[in-house]
Design a protein around this ligand. Sequence first.
Ligand code: ATP
Ligand code: MG
Length: 406
Amino acid sequence: MTDHILIRYGELALKKSNRKQFINRINKSIKRALEGYENLEFDPRGLRFYIILNNNPYLDEIIEILKKIPGIYSFSVVSKCNSNIDDIVNLAEKLLREEFKQSMKTIKVDTNRGDKHFPMTSLDITKEVSRQLFRRIEGLKADVHNPELTLHLDVRFEGTFIFTNIIMGMGGMPSGSIGKVMLMVSGGIDSVVAGYLAIKKGMAVEAVHFAAPPYTSDLAIQKVIDLLEKLTPYTEYQSINLHIVPFTEIQTKIYECCREDYGITIMRRMMYRITTKLAEKHKCLAILNGESIGQVASQTLESMATIGEVTSMPVIRPLATFDKSEIIKIATSIDTYDISIRPYEDCCTVFVPKHPQIKPLNTKAFEEENKFEFNELIDKAVNETNTLVIKSSKHLDLFNQNDDIF
Ligand code: ATP
Ligand code: MG
């Protein structure tokens, strides 16, 4: 009976010139995400998109998948009948009796007449359908201001679509429509949330993680993999490339050669340099990370300036002004929080100085880091970077066929 899903697009109304391209992209994402489901038909119609269910038994799963597709504003499970009053009333009656099994309640009928040739106005349709429904169904009452249920009638040339629910999608822009960014991902709470927000806003994401074995363990990498896996359903191709950079040698050099209070500043400058190289190599237009102003010593405005000095790429920090509680709320909603709080050692936490500089100077950082040949080490780290393809289906392809990740 609920034989269609009607999908409404999000912010697209604002972007007139790109609208067609964006709609095509969302439609493709929807088809890709639902690839495994048999018997579905897809029917794009301008500003609407219908999925014809053909009795597919996995409606609940399909709804969950649609909630994760950027660019979908909302959707409804709908039933279709011919566009004439008798058929509309019959189907509406059937739906209401199903919906209100126990006792009849208050409703409002809301009509949208897309078919301007239909011989009645939308107000007349509402009145006539309501009149007949109240006559047929005992106990059903009208309440136009605060109804327990709104019966939506969408009267179109190809048929009338009736629905009683509107499910909110995630909004945002279609996956991959805004270009690609390189996400610096740690095993913490913030960076994966930053990744989610970027994907929601239409960015394609690749990820880079710095690992410092043996100071950091494989469990830390597994954590990053598990976190990114949670993001894959939101992406255009249901997968994310993760670049794992061996960072031990650089960290050790910083520890041995540089002023202790500049350790974190220099470490982050090295991360930014390597991320920039990887971003260029993989055609990313910007760096993305989970930095939030004032959270730790390396995230004061002075630190950000001195660290950002080493890259000419734009650095996007979606969480810059967020409170931790706001970040945690999103992490919980995307199901990453419990993974993020698993105990682990990040390369940032292994070599933490007792009193890190909160106002590091660019000149000083430059002087300190030039106490070793960092350019060579950076090139070496980039060359020895391994790439994993993270997919939701839980299987991993190792690009570089090494026995181990390092
Ligand atoms: P998160 O919750 O993401 O770990 P955080 O609050 O722990 O963030 P920091 O550890 O100071 O903050 O790191 C700030 C940002 O730097 C992270 O959000 C992430 O984008 C990046 N970053 C930190 N550690 C790594 C790492 N090992 N590999 C890649 N990026 C990292
Ligand atoms: Mg961290």
